[in-house]
Design a protein around this ligand. Structure first.
Ligand SMILES: NC(=O)c1ccc[n+]([C@@H]2O[C@H](COP(=O)([O-])OP(=O)(O)OC[C@H]3O[C@@H](n4cnc5c(N)ncnc54)[C@H](OP(=O)(O)O)[C@@H]3O)[C@@H](O)[C@H]2O)c1
Length: 182
């Protein structure tokens, strides 16, 4: 059995949104302290799993190993820019055993369908940052179930994760960080 640790990362509003109604991340969810924390975490990871749009929108300046989730892939393939994976055509176990044959740490920064996918596969840790007091209203929920009345915390709890202590990343807003662990 491979030793694989899956870590999710998101910054959400008080009402569990990752984007505004236009589908973009609003300024209120962009925070320097959270960004520094996130980048340092990615540096500790062996592969970063992104949806295709996130991959295209964020140049890979540090040359980190990426796995791009896309229906355009026939299964799992290595392209010039990244590994590409279609979860309907290749299982997670098979994909990750190919990419990290000796095990390692996987970072999952979304977007939403990718967060949903790994909610099913199973996070070991979810690093949940929150812009406290920021309400977005209509926008994309962290998980699909967040649009149907289940809170992000309840969704993680239902999948066997438990919250650690709340840490303040930025006292100004504040932006807090809670690690949910299996
Ligand atoms: N606040 C936060 O923490 C946070 C985190 C992440 C993203 N965001 C925001 O969310 C927005 C982007 O997210 P997004 O959801 O639109 O884009 P995304 O997840 O980056 O990319 C979506 C694409 O990924 C592929 N994909 C995802 N799941 C798949 C699956 N299970 N099977 C096959 N393909 C899959 C599809 O590509 P194909 O069309 O090629 O099939 C889909 O069109 C941006 O505004 C971003 O800033 C915010």
């Amino acid at each position: 059995m491979l030793a694989i640790e899956i870590h999710g990362y998101a910054i959400i509003s008080e009402d569990d949104r990752i984007t505004d109604a236009s589908g973009a991340t609003p300024e209120a969810l962009r925070n320097e302290a959270d960004w520094r924390y996130f980048q340092a975490e990615l540096d500790k990871s062996d592969v970063v799993v992104l949806g295709r749009l996130g991959h295209e929108a964020n140049p890979n300046a540090k040359g980190r190993r990426r796995l791009v989730v896309s229906s355009s892939s026939p299964g799992l393939e290595q392209r010039a820019d990244a590994w590409w994976w279609n979860p309907d055509r290749c299982s997670w176990d098979e994909a990750i055993a190919t990419i990290l044959p000796n095990g390692g740490r996987v970072a999952v920064p979304g977007g939403r369908r990718v967060f949903d996918l790994f909610l099913r596969i199973g996070y070991d840790v979810f690093h949940l940052s929150r812009a406290e007091g920021v309400k977005i209203g209509s926008g994309t929920g962290l998980f699909s179930v967040c649009d149907e009345g289940t809170s992000a915390c309840a969704a993680l709890f239902e999948r066997g994760l438990e919250a650690g202590p709340r840490k303040v990343l930025d006292p100004q807003l504040p932006v807090s960080l809670t690690l949910w662990r299996r």
